[in-house]
Design a protein around this ligand. Structure first.
Ligand SMILES: O=C[C@H](O)COP(=O)(O)O
Length: 212
């Protein structure tokens, strides 16, 4: 299955900020045990290339590992060389899209307006990150899909267990969840990691309500 299909199947992409080479593997295992199988490790993380490399080498195919907060082509190349399977940005940079398309890597640029969404697609995007989603609301997605039905939107920013399914019901194909799911710098004890697995399970269980 292609990475875009995996993301659409799993629906949740965990946004991991402030991880490091020591905690990234236990974080990914805890998320995976809770059913969250796609993650973005954000690029402002110190030594992000080494963190991604560690994650990819030790986790293998169990989790789909991408890089987030990729602002420019230079960073995109660094994370791709480290093994990132997809990249996500808060902004739209057409040079970054050109680079990721050169390497055949899925790029999910950040967009807010209909014109930005269209510019992303004109430059080869296959999915966009609608950000920050909470200032736009779930109905925004439904409105966008009227004139732009081919758009695949992953909403990010302020997504919670309470509002997640509403965005998906309005046509989002995936949700990116950061602070409400994982706070890497606060994870210290075994219990913290157990709690992370439990929180991830609650999110994945919540998704099943959509199918009912
Ligand atoms: O770029 C993604 C955001 O940092 C995630 O936002 P969030 O923490 O509100 O989920």
């Amino acid at each position: 299955m292609s990475i875009i299909e995996e993301i659409k199947k799993n629906k949740i992409v965990a946004v991991i900020r402030k991880s490091n080479e020591e905690n990234i593997v236990p974080i990914l295992k805890a998320l995976s045990d809770g059913g969250v199988k796609s993650v973005e490790i954000t690029a402002e993380t110190p030594n992000v290339g080494r963190v991604i490399e560690t994650a990819v080498n030790q986790i293998g195919e169990e989790v789909h590992i991408g890089a987030g907060t990729v602002l420019d082509p230079e960073t995109a190349r660094t994370v791709i060389m480290a093994g990132a399977k997809f990249i996500v940005s808060p902004t739209l940079n057409t040079e970054t899209l050109k680079l990721t398309n050169r390497y055949g890597i899925l790029n999910i640029p950040g967009v807010m307006t209909p014109s930005e969404i269209l510019t992303a697609y004109e430059n080869g995007a296959q999915m966009v990150k609608v950000f920050p989603a909470d200032v736009l609301g779930p109905t925004y997605i439904k409105n966008i899909l009227g004139p732009l039905p081919h758009v695949q939107a992953m909403v990010t920013g302020g997504i919670t267990i309470e509002n997640m399914n509403e965005y998906l019901a309005k046509g989002s194909v995936a949700v990116g969840i950061g602070s409400n799911l994982v706070n890497a710098s606060k994870l210290k004890t075994k219990e913290d990691y157990r709690d992370l697995t439990e929180r991830a399970s609650q999110y994945t269980r919540k998704l099943t309500e959509l199918e009912r």
